[in-house]
Write a protein that binds this ligand. Structure first.
Ligand SMILES: C[S@@+](CC[C@H](N)C(=O)[O-])C[C@H]1O[C@@H](n2cnc3c(N)ncnc32)[C@H](O)[C@@H]1O
Length: 268
């Protein structure tokens, strides 16, 4: 099986309904309503097997930022998506006086390595990436072989124990791919514990009203993306001093679909 294991935009791009949904931005609420139907009415909740799925996902296609979003994703919307998140993180760091310079950073689900490069570029003393997919982890190790501050570990974050503290923990577009509820709660709790007191946790995704909404399925009908509510996240982050939800409205200004890319930034 190749990267076509997942429904891609190319499957729909020629449909007038898709064009309307993209231009009107109605694809966002539509994704949630369809997810609510599938989750609570059709009750389709068989989960995917993450390790083999992500191995296959990155096989047979270039491993770059755009393809982490969707096979065949265009360059401009991809850059726009990453820039919009970067801007929200930068404004948050600047407005709160937080500095990455000299920090030890953990990046969860590093994909093609965008956030490894971003935090290294901000002067982090070290950036450790944990990436589940073997091909992606290998590509990352090659890409950053000359950068002694960046270290990539292949593994499942849900099964890792961290024996040290990080000043900043980053997980953009990753946590909703931990579909198993027990693994999700355990992982968020472990990431909080791995954050130094006063350190930051930066999560990218969707933090709405409805909990455990299955919004994406593979071609075999198994869930590979599940959104948790704000309330759910708050419960897991009770040990943190501040929890801020930062809305990303960038999708309103481009006629392309963007993944869920709001931010939750917490200070331990
Ligand atoms: C949508 S991509 C996002 C990649 C990257 N964070 C970015 O924003 O460019 C999700 C990534 O998380 C990785 N991933 C999914 N589940 C994981 C897990 N349990 N542990 C570590 N990595 C995981 C996938 O292999 C994939 O590379």
């Amino acid at each position: 099986m190749t990267s076509t294991q997942r429904h891609t935009e190319a499957d729909y791009r020629d449909s007038p309904l898709y064009g309307f949904a993209v231009r009107s931005k109605l694809y966002r609420p539509f994704t949630i309503f369809r997810g609510l139907y599938r989750t609570y009415v059709a009750r389709s909740d068989a989960a995917y097997e993450p390790a083999s799925w992500w191995d296959r996902y990155y096989t047979g296609q270039p491993i770059e930022d755009a393809t982490t979003l969707n096979p065949g994703k265009e360059l401009y919307p991809s850059l726009y998506h990453y820039n919009s998140i970067e801007n929200l993180i930068l404004s948050y760091l600047f407005n709160t006086g937080a500095a990455v310079d000299g920090a030890h950073v953990l990046d969860v689900g590093s994909g093609a390595g965008h956030w490894l490069g971003f935090y290294a570029g901000l002067g982090a003393a070290s950036v450790t990436g944990v990436e589940l997919s073997h091909p992606a982890a290998e590509a990352l190790s090659e890409r950053f072989a000359d950068n002694t501050r960046i270290n990539v570990i292949q593994g499942n974050v849900a099964e890792r124990e961290f024996d040290r503290h990080f000043d900043l923990v980053n997980a953009i577009g990753v946590m909703f791919h931990i579909v198993d509820d027990e693994a999700f709660d355990r992982t968020v709790t472990a990431l909080v514990a791995a954050t130094a007191p006063g350190g930051l946790l930066v999560f990218g995704g969707h933090f709405g009203i409805f909990d455990n909404v299955n919004v994406q399925y593979d071609r075999e009908g198994r869930v590979n993306k599940r959104l948790r509510s704000r309330r759910h996240w708050r419960r897991l982050l009770t040990g943190c001093r501040h929890v801020d939800f930062v809305r990303n409205d960038a999708y309103r200004h481009i006629d392309a679909t963007l993944p869920e890319n709001n931010l939750l930034i917490a200070r331990r």
